[in-house]
Design a protein around this ligand. Structure first.
Ligand code: NAD
Length: 383
């Protein structure tokens, strides 16, 4: 395989390319000479700047005029104040329509930068360089941004496409293991709900998926996992670009109960863990509705458990699940559109809240809490 791959997101004038390179960090100049904007603002988080200072400096040197902004954005401050801060900075520095933002960060900072780029002068170009696994397979490659209001997760956001996305999986070498497995939750999501071949690849390569050295070997099966995950995301993006074609979105799998879970835990449960817990409950519900076999339920739960992801949290109760379902109704056109798998690689939607659903949720929480979990010892964040 080549040392790079391209995935084209095709949507008339909103086309953009997602490229994976193995030498972006070591040689940014090779890729930046195609962009010749006036001013550039490079936005990075402190840990990324700490680990990749040389790369950031070289990236800055690729442009005639570049400003570096190191900003700490985590879940608790992924909000409109952070967006306002970036926009204010751009305004003070005289940024105009032809100028450009470059984000070099994980999903939290990414959401802020995308929103700022969408709003500043009603839209300026943004190049994304995701540095986490969630960024590479999800947050960095779509067109959505999501911000929190107080402790309310993903309450506001925009649809705004990047100018381009440049991925170098070498960034994963310094990513803490808990964020690595958070990213695996989003990949497992795609395998279970959309792509049985991806699921099989994951199932057969669990050990390797936890070791970032395999992510940077283009001939490895792990590289194929990333490629399939990105293609799965892009295929769903292209058929419902602005989410106005249908409220039935397979990519919402694992994203119904997780929002409330993250909020209720006051952000002590990271996004990928919350998604994993949501996936586990959704799998169980499908089994109880006789839509998923026991074998596929257990196969899927085993992958989550063996990767070291949680499948249960004390913050998830029948009450919090009901709140989550009511929130989903507001977001998904008047129905809950709860995504559940019907087999590996296939899914359907539950539309309404009824007594059966609530009873099965109760049973599911008990079933999952009784199962032994294999959490990594350095994971302290699951309540
Ligand atoms: N908009 C979307 O479509 C979308 C999709 C999925 C997830 N998200 C959002 O993404 C967020 C989660 O993203 P995340 O998992 O990237 O977490 P994150 O952005 O919080 O990053 C995790 C931590 O790792 C640090 N970090 C980042 N890259 C690093 C690297 N290479 N080496 C060392 N440290 C590094 C960060 O500074 C941060 O402290 C959530 O808020 C979620 O809602 C958004």
């Amino acid at each position: 395989m080549d040392n790079f791959i391209n995935v084209q997101v095709k949507k008339s004038e909103k086309n953009f390319t997602i490229s994976i390179y193995d030498d972006l960090i070591s040689n940014p100049g090779k890729y930046m000479n195609i962009y010749s904007p006036g001013k550039t603002m490079i936005i990075v988080t402190p840990s990324v700047y700490f680990h990749y200072r040389k790369f950031i400096d070289e990236l800055s040197n690729c442009f005639v005029s570049s400003i570096l902004e190191v900003i700490c954005i985590k879940e608790h401050n992924k909000d409109l104040f952070a967006v306002s801060y970036i926009c204010n900075l751009a305004n003070n520095l005289g940024f105009g329509k032809n100028d450009i933002f470059i984000s070099v960060c994980g999903g939290c900072c990414q959401d802020v930068v995308t929103t700022a780029a969408a709003l500043y002068k009603r839209g300026i170009r943004v190049i994304r360089i995701p540095t986490t696994l969630i960024g590479a397979v999800d947050a960095g490659i779509g067109i959505k941004s999501s911000l929190n209001i107080g402790a309310q997760k993903s309450t506001v956001g925009t649809f705004y496409h990047p100018y381009s996305v440049l991925i170098d999986l070498n960034f994963l070498h310094t990513l803490p293991s808990e964020y690595m497995i958070c990213g695996l939750a989003e990949i497992i999501k795609i395998g279970i709900i959309l792509d049985a071949d991806l699921f099989n690849l994951i199932e057969n390569n669990l050990e390797k998926l936890l070791q970032c050295k395999y992510y940077t070997q283009p001939s490895s099966r792990i590289f194929e996992v990333i490629y399939r995950a990105i293609n799965g995301m892009v295929s769903q993006l292209e058929i419902n670009f602005y989410e106005d074609i249908s409220f039935e979105r397979l990519m919402d799998f694992g994203h119904t109960f997780s929002n409330v879970l993250e909020s209720d835990s006051l952000w002590t449960i990271p996004h990928g863990f919350a998604v994993s817990i949501d996936i586990a409950l959704s799998l169980y519900l499908s089994y109880r509705f006789n839509l998923l076999s026991y074998k596929d339920l257990e196969r899927s739960l085993s992958i989550l458990i063996n990767i070291g992801l949680p499948i249960f949290s004390k913050y998830l109760t029948q009450d919090s699940c009901l709140r989550a379902l009511k929130k989903a109704i507001l977001h998904r056109g008047g129905e809950i559109n709860l995504v559940i798998p019907t087999a590996i690689g296939k899914g359907t939607f539950i539309k309404k809240i009824d007594d059966n659903l609530l009873n099965y949720i109760n049973d599911g929480l008990k079933y999952l809490s009784d199962k032994p979990q294999k959490l990594l010892t350095n994971i302290t964040k699951v309540g």
